[in-house]
Write a protein that binds this ligand. Sequence first.
Ligand code: SIN
Ligand code: FE2
Length: 211
Amino acid sequence: MTQALFDLGPTMLGPGAVLLPGFALDDAPALLAEVEAITAQAPLRQMLTPGGQTMSVAMSNCGALGWVSDRRGYRYDPLDPDSGRPWPAMPPLLLRLAQAAAREAGFADFQPDACLVNRYRPGDRLSLHQDRNERDFGRPIVSVSLGLPAVFLWGGLRRADRPRRLPLAHGDVVVWGGPSRLVYHGVLPLAEGSHPLTGAERINLTLRRAG
Ligand code: SIN
Ligand code: FE2
């Protein structure tokens, strides 16, 4: 429906969790240019899960630390394992945006040191999981959606909690921290489509304080 067009204010998802519709809309073209520069240096790649499955979502990182997965497990690494070089620096624009979104959600002084870049193509999905490889769960997660829309699964603190289905559009930002920091979340298979800025792709930027 057209509800999103008329409901542009922040939506509380739970304690410490808020959806900020369109929060990144003005910065989106510049953010996508930054993603181009990041992925030129640290190309998107489909990582292996510890169980040996290839993830459908292709990933890269920027910032002092990058999230990686392989046969040995999930972890943060200061080096891109594909190149042996540090991840590209966090663009100042992205840092400022994440800090402003975190502040909006009640988290002052958010200092992210890691940004996971996720690229979804039609059919790509991310199964229900918690973000729990970070050192301190006292810091929030800030998630920026660009390009094709997706359905975000927003569950509870137990894997078995039935998730809500939240449409996420280009420019939307979700922040979760505090009591919601370990909420299970995921993304349904991306629907076919074309976006004027990204074509048949969705880009998600997830900022964390990892170290
Ligand atoms: C993630 O959980 O890392 C990504 C979430 C999303 O793509 O919206
Ligand atoms: Fe996540």
